[in-house]
Design a protein around this ligand. Structure first.
Ligand SMILES: Cc1cc2nc3c(=O)[nH]c(=O)nc-3n(C[C@H](O)[C@H](O)[C@H](O)COP(=O)(O)OP(=O)(O)OC[C@H]3O[C@@H](n4cnc5c(N)ncnc54)[C@H](O)[C@@H]3O)c2cc1C
Length: 398
């Protein structure tokens, strides 16, 4: 008889796993998503390592996700007085610039009969000596051989398995926006505009028939200021008039003429609070935590969605190759826990170095930046430049 597997949460990570498990004849998979609307309009740009998006598109060739390859990234120090940006570093990378909504639509495609919208999971029983079960908002209760929680940063699964655990505020926020580009490019690069306790990163992503410049400006904000800021925003993520003025003032103080023009002309301005943290383990009994449910990474290594996708591939692969489900979970957990912990540590380390403890950019040049980045990466492969998932894992485990 096929294993009955439930997935809680139907965003990037949940859909990726559903696509993989539905191809395994030993598995019957059901996905429960609380949202009733199509999620495809959510989010803006993300970057993924090129091998990851290629792997996704090879699996789903009928509905591939568009992306712009990025082979270089450039760091600039902004000379605000001269309204100029001076290049201090360029680095070869292997990344894909993606529209979140397009990636979601690729992963969501052809999950009819598996993906249940408007179906919130209210309770999870992780079943220490029995099979796990979930209670749905509609009133039914269902038992499964395995429950995978891909239910994001506020995960019910994580709260159920590890109730004493919470994520930490990283000390800065990301201000975000997009600007329509009339003429789509074929490639893009990542551009970093660095200033004291912050930077702005921008790249171009596909959008409908055109393209968007997607940017995130990271800037330091104390705990106290964050509390006041949230009060001012009245729990909306879209920037109100005062918050928009605050963003424009940061841009005016720190960015070159061209970049501040892009920020001022952008639409859909919103902010994301940057957190980090990792659950003690990715599984307990017959419940697994995947993607943001298991760990929140600072977004400087293009890693949250990439990690969810990587984990989904590795979990599905372990299930297909292991004779029984309990051994599969245990094998996958033993490999995944150290890898996830390493990634979380690295992302926090890089976040501090790029924002709260950034170096004096005015002293940096190509050679110093190369050395600085090398020591920051703690001797490991840079995520963007790692040639394949397998080599990634091997490099991290060294
Ligand atoms: C500023 C910023 C920039 C980023 N840039 C990048 C980047 O460049 N590259 C990258 O890889 N990542 C990036 N990320 C991270 C990335 O966006 C997330 O890691 C990723 O989208 C998480 O996907 P997920 O599917 O695990 O969780 P989510 O997208 O949070 O999805 C969880 C889903 O579960 C559903 N759900 C929750 N609870 C329940 C319930 N009880 N019952 C049913 N359904 C439920 C929700 O409705 C949702 O659909 C960035 C993040 C930030 C903040």
């Amino acid at each position: 008889m096929a294993y009955q597997i439930a997935i809680v949460g139907g965003s990037i990570t949940g859909c990726m796993l559903a696509q993989l498990l539905k191809r395994n004849p030993q598995v019957h998979v059901s996905l429960f998503e609380r949202s009733s609307s199509v999620l495809g309009s959510r989010g803006v740009g993300i970057t993924l390592p090129l091998p990851i998006i290629e792997k996704v598109n090879n699996l789903l060739p009928d509905n591939p996700c568009s992306f712009y390859p990025a082979h270089k990234r450039f760091f600039y120090r902004n000379e605000v007085q001269q309204n100029d940006a001076i290049e201090i570093w360029q680095q070869t990378i292997s990344a894909a610039a993606i529209n979140w909504g397009m990636l979601y639509r690729t992963l969501r495609h052809d999950l009819d009969g598996i993906y249940h919208t408007d179906t919130e999971v209210l309770h999870i029983d992780h079943g220490t000596d029995k099979l796990p079960s979930i209670a749905l908002a509609h009133g039914s209760k269902k038992t499964f051989d395995l429950v995978v929680c891909a239910d994001g940063y506020d995960s019910l699964g994580r709260k159920t398995l590890y109730p004493d655990y919470s994520f930490n505020y990283a000390g800065y926020i990301g201000w975000r926006g997009t600007l329509a580009l009339p003429k789509p490019p074929t490639v893009t690069s990542l551009e970093y505009h660095c200033f004291d306790k912050g930077h702005l990163v921008s790249y171009t992503i596909p959008h409908q028939n055109g393209a968007l410049i997607n940017w995130v400006l990271y800037s330091h904000m104390s705990h106290e200021d964050l509390a006041l800021f949230k009060q001012m925003q009245k729990s909306s993520k879209q920037l109100n008039k005062d918050a928009t003025e605050q963003l424009f003032s940061i841009a005016d103080h720190h960015l070159s003429k061209e970049m501040k023009g892009i920020v001022r002309r952008s639409s859909s301005l919103f902010y994301q609070t940057i957190y980090d943290g990792i659950a003690p383990s990715v599984s307990k009994d017959r419940v697994v935590l995947l993607g943001d449910a298991a760990k929140i990474l600072r977004p400087h290594l293009g890693s949250g969605a990439a990690e969810g996708i990587r984990q989904a591939f590795e979990l599905a692969d372990t299930i297909s190759k292991t004779p029984d489900l309990a051994s599969a979970i245990s094998t996958w957990t033993s490999a995944e826990d150290p890898q996830s912990q390493h990634m979380a540590k690295l992302a926090s380390h890089v976040g501090n170095a790029l924002v709260t403890q950034a170096p004096d950019w005015s002293q940096m040049n190509q050679e110093r930046m190369t050395n600085w980045w090398g020591s920051l990466m703690m001797g490991k492969l840079q995520y963007f430049t790692a040639p394949s998932l397998t080599e990634n894992r091997m490099a991290w485990q060294k």
